[in-house]
Design a protein around this ligand. Structure first.
Ligand SMILES: Cc1cc2nc3c(=O)[nH]c(=O)nc-3n(C[C@H](O)[C@H](O)[C@H](O)COP(=O)(O)OP(=O)(O)OC[C@H]3O[C@@H](n4cnc5c(N)ncnc54)[C@H](O)[C@@H]3O)c2cc1C
Length: 463
């Protein structure tokens, strides 16, 4: 528990009503969308709650909060929408949770530079709405558009429905303003490419806030498409659909949406959306459908993809209605009875199908079934939804945990990474050093230099 004087000092910085200390608030800010069931061996992380919540209203206030915390050696946890699914905001060592939602101004939309400059707590839907008035849109379009913030999505380097054409959120970043762990404010320059030394934006993309708090982001934006063509292709096997997707990529055909899904008791489908200028869209669609046909794909019309597209933000809307900002028990209760985990591995293209075969054997041996396989946005991004064959059997949860561990390390052993979408959070922390090797020591060295007392989101990225 922190001393009352810290709360008073924080109140002087962020103003009355913007320091929360009630048990109800400390509970709800000590959570994101990760449930204890899916955390498996990282269950320890739920034991500790935040000591205080501070809600700064400007970058200057963030810097003052950080300076205060640095002086006192108090941990700080940046908090965006709190919709992460890996526990990235859990205050594993207590301290101050810094809620960034009051920093929610859209500073500039430039149709000339094709950028938007926004504060970190802008929710993606707010950005979508503001950009639409300029006939623009963001490139990042996850399920969680109604609930996730710009800086949260940068800090997890999330992937969305348009990533096949525009790449993940990290690829949208042009410039950042970041409050470093000692309170200094770093600004990078809003140009698309650097050759005057390394591009420091990359230090903060996908870094879960361990190197600083993003207080402003300039991101790429795109003209809303002149034409949209939806298509759905059915395949007799996942492998054939996968080969078709690989061929699309080899030809540099990048539909905005590319999703190949094999779900229990359903036809294997590839959902495709082509967007852009009219002639380009027509040419892309024609050639892509020829490629799919070469691999045995059958055109089953646009409807399944139209439905899929219309529903894509539904889970985010439901989360907003039933879970967002609620106490932990309420969030967790939504998942009661669900014994499912979802996994998102990235592998070299040549390894994906072999990986799937080995996962099938390994999971079956552990009494675990795959209810859905998918590639999302590019064939290297392979996802599985897994659950115990018999969830009521003794030890089913432990078996699932062991199976997941084996699946993740197998991805690493085949040259891949264990997560392409959500960040390691607390869930995958323990496997990062295994994956990164010397790279992890380098990350540690950087952390030691920038944050020697390890106050900035301690316990994340394996630090
Ligand atoms: C229903 C639902 C659907 C989802 N769909 C998708 C999807 O399609 N694609 C996808 O990628 N993810 C998805 N997610 C996961 C989640 O929305 C993303 O991980 C999102 O990027 C998190 O954004 P956030 O603002 O909620 O961040 P938070 O959960 O608040 O934080 C995430 C991480 O970023 C850090 N952070 C937050 N703000 C800052 C800041 N200003 N500076 C530095 N660090 C910061 C936090 O400390 C934490 O480590 C989904 C989640 C839900 C609940």
């Amino acid at each position: 528990m922190l001393e009352t004087s810290i709360a008073e000092s924080l109140t002087r910085i962020v103003g009355d009503g913007n320091v929360l200390t009630a048990p109800y608030d400390l509970d709800r800010y000590s959570a994101d969308a990760l449930t204890p069931f899916r955390a498996f061996r990282a269950g320890y992380a739920f034991e500790r709650l935040a000591d205080l919540v501070a809600r700064p209203g400007s970058a200057g206030e963030v810097a003052q909060v950080v300076t205060l915390a640095a002086g006192e050696g108090i941990p700080i946890v940046p908090y965006g929408g709190g919709t992460g699914v890996m526990g990235g905001v859990l205050p594993v060592r207590g301290g101050i949770v810094v809620d960034l939602r009051r920093l929610n101004r859209i500073r500039e939309i430039s149709s000339r530079d094709m950028t938007a400059t926004v504060e970190p707590g802008v929710v993606l839907q707010e950005l979508v709405d503001a950009l639409a008035e300029h006939n623009l849109m963001p490139g990042h379009d996850p399920y969680s558009v109604p609930i996730a913030t710009v800086a949260g999505t940068i800090s997890t380097n999330g992937v969305g429905y348009r990533a096949s054409a525009f790449g993940p959120m990290g690829q949208q970043v042009v410039a950042l303003q970041v409050v470093l762990p000692d309170g200094r404010i770093l600004d990078t320059r809003p140009v698309p490419k650097y050759s005057s030394g390394p591009n420091l934006n990359h230090l903060f993309i996908g870094s879960e806030g361990v190197f600083g708090i993003i207080t402003q982001a300039t991101i790429r934006v795109f003209r809303r498409p002149e034409a949209q063509v939806f298509a759905t292709v059915a395949f007799d096997s996942f492998d054939r659909g996968f080969d078709a997707a690989a061929e699309l990529m080899a030809l540099e055909l990048h539909p905005t949406l590319l999703d190949l899904t094999e779900a229990e008791d359903e036809e294997i489908k590839m959902f495709l959306l082509f967007e852009g200028y009219r002639e380009g869209v027509a040419a892309q669609e024609r050639r892509a459908m020829q490629v799919c046909a070469q691999f045995g794909g059958r055109d089953i019309g646009p409807e399944p993809t139209l439905d899929y597209w219309a529903d894509r933000h539904q889970s985010g809307e439901r989360y907003k209605r039933n879970a967002l900002g609620r106490p932990r028990e309420e969030r967790w209760n939504r998942q009661w009875g669900r014994r499912t985990d979802y996994l998102h591995m990235a592998l070299p293209l040549s390894q994906v199908l072999e990986y799937r075969r080995r996962c099938d054997r390994l999971l079956a041996a552990r009494g675990v079934k795959v209810v859905e396989y998918a590639i999302w946005s590019r064939p290297e991004f392979f996802s599985m939804m897994v659950e115990p064959v018999d969830p009521d059997r003794d030890g089913a949860g432990d078996n699932l945990a062991e199976a997941v561990e084996e699946v993740l390390t197998l991805a690493q052993d085949l040259g891949g990474v264990m997560e392409y979408c959500h960040g390691p959070g607390i869930k995958l922390n323990h496997l990062l050093a295994r994956e990164q090797g010397v790279g992890h020591q380098v990350i540690r060295d950087i952390k030691q230099t920038l944050d020697p007392s390890n106050i900035m989101n301690p316990g994340k990225l394996g630090l």
